[in-house]
Design a protein around this ligand. Structure first.
Ligand SMILES: *Cc1c(COP(=O)(O)O)cnc(C)c1O
Length: 404
């Protein structure tokens, strides 16, 4: 690998004024004096319809967070204490604890040998003791939903698409590929309402059961049709999972610009990968299958030579101004999941489950991915020069780290 010629200095992440297009709509909503909808008011409806369009599904349901959408999806697909729910360790903590919120428990599954998503073979090995799987499309890379569905039959697959708004797997939008799709609309995500969540599904039963968990009786009385749910129309389960109206307004406007932002991010990533290729850097971008498109919460880069010390490499890259997202903490080894007493203190139903703490040695691909992956934040405004400079800085950092 030749030494880069230009030292990258003063890398400043390009600013995107992401909420500018929402200002007028927010003002209009404020002036209407209506910031809470107990029913399916116009702002909530507009956002739900836009997400059903994006994902090509029959129903989209707004929540106050991605976490509550996951809880509702797991409840709606039949989570219970006797069976576990398969999860990837490479995800945000609440995609794991949602299994506990929904009255079940997590079963950690390994990743693909060459990727960041759940491995179909590993999922098949635990399928008989699980009722469902949460499939995170990690760092925007669509998981192999067809292979997962085949090996995991008859598990319900819940997609966590919080990193993958607008992503497509083999011609089909993420959010339409399992029993339900869940999206976070938290501030850092590619479509944001400040906070918020969306559940998508084409299954009427899943939709209505998700509605019952955390939406207002006004809405339940309007929409429930299934005979076994009608007795719940008066009360629901009364978790408060509704989305604030202002979040819906903001997210609706932010969603409008998603296609343009995704195109721009794609062009920026191409500049980076060209720069890395010019320097023959030992870095690979994950391969997307035919007809697939990634999301843009972060882009995982695989270092193809052994990394000595990932923490040092990460710190050096940050110090050089490379815009990295930190990998998530290693939840597998956290006290919460290693000490059943702690889990039971927070979720007493765990006493009734066959939960056992995860064995890190059973997750070699996950630990390899943690060791060899950098997740880079790609700007969604035009930034060719910046991406070129980031590529050069990354090459310099790698040269120093791999050849001390
Ligand atoms: C952000 C995120 C969540 C949680 O969403 P909130 O809206 O913060 O509750 C769940 N899963 C993944 C993969 C996320 O990135």
């Amino acid at each position: 690998m030749p030494e880069p010629t230009t030292a990258a200095v003063g890398l400043l992440f390009p600013r995107e004024d992401k909420y500018a297009t929402a200002e007028q709509a927010v003002l209009r909503q404020l002036r209407s004096g209506r910031l809470s909808d107990t029913n399916r008011g116009p702002a909530i409806r507009a956002l739900e319809e836009a997400f059903a369009d994006l994902t090509d599904t029959d129903f989209a349901l707004a929540f106050n967070s991605g976490t509550s959408a996951l809880h509702a999806a797991l409840h709606a697909t039949g989570a219970h204490p006797e069976a576990g729910i398969a999860v990837s360790p490479m995800t945000w903590i609440s995609a794991i604890t949602a299994t506990l919120h929904a009255g079940s428990f997590p079963v950690f599954c390994d990743l693909e040998p060459d990727g960041v998503n759940l491995d179909p073979t590993a999922l098949a090995a635990v399928a008989s003791s699980c009722s469902a799987a949460v499939v995170t499309h990690a760092w925007g890379i669509p998981a192999r939903m067809d292979a997962l569905a085949q090996t995991a039959e008859p598990l319900a697959l819940i997609e966590d698409a919080s990193h993958a708004h607008g992503a497509v797997y083999r011609g089909l939008p993420v959010g339409s590929l399992g029993a339900a799709g869940c999206f976070s609309l938290q501030d850092a995500k590619s479509v944001s309402g400040g906070e918020g969540g969306i559940l998508t599904t084409s299954n009427r039963g899943v939709y209505e059961r998700a509605l019952v968990l955390g939406h207002h009786p006004h809405r339940l009385q309007n929409e429930l049709t299934l005979p076994d749910l009608l007795p719940l129309a008066q009360t629901g389960a009364a978790y408060k999972f509704r989305m604030p109206v202002l979040s819906a307004v903001i997210a609706r406007e932010h969603l409008r610009t998603l296609p343009e932002r995704a195109r721009t991010a794609g062009a920026n990533l191409a500049v980076l990968t060209d720069t890395l290729a010019d320097h023959k850097a030992p870095i690979a971008v994950l391969h997307l299958s035919e007809g697939s498109r990634c999301g843009w919460y972060g882009t995982p880069l695989t270092i193809t030579e052994p990394v000595r010390d990932p923490d040092t490499l990460h710190a050096a890259a940050i110090a050089a101004g490379i815009p990295l997202r930190p990998l998530y903490d290693d939840w597998v080894c956290s006290p919460l999941f290693q000490q059943p007493g702690l889990l039971q203190r927070v979720w007493p139903h765990v006493r009734l489950t066959p939960y056992t703490p995860p064995d890190p040695d059973a997750l070699p691909n996950y630990y390899r991915a943690r060791h060899q992956t950098l997740v880079i934040k790609v700007p969604t405004v035009a930034a060719a020069d910046y991406m070129h400079a980031v590529g050069q800085a990354l090459v310099e950092v790698l040269v120093r780290h791999l050849n001390p």
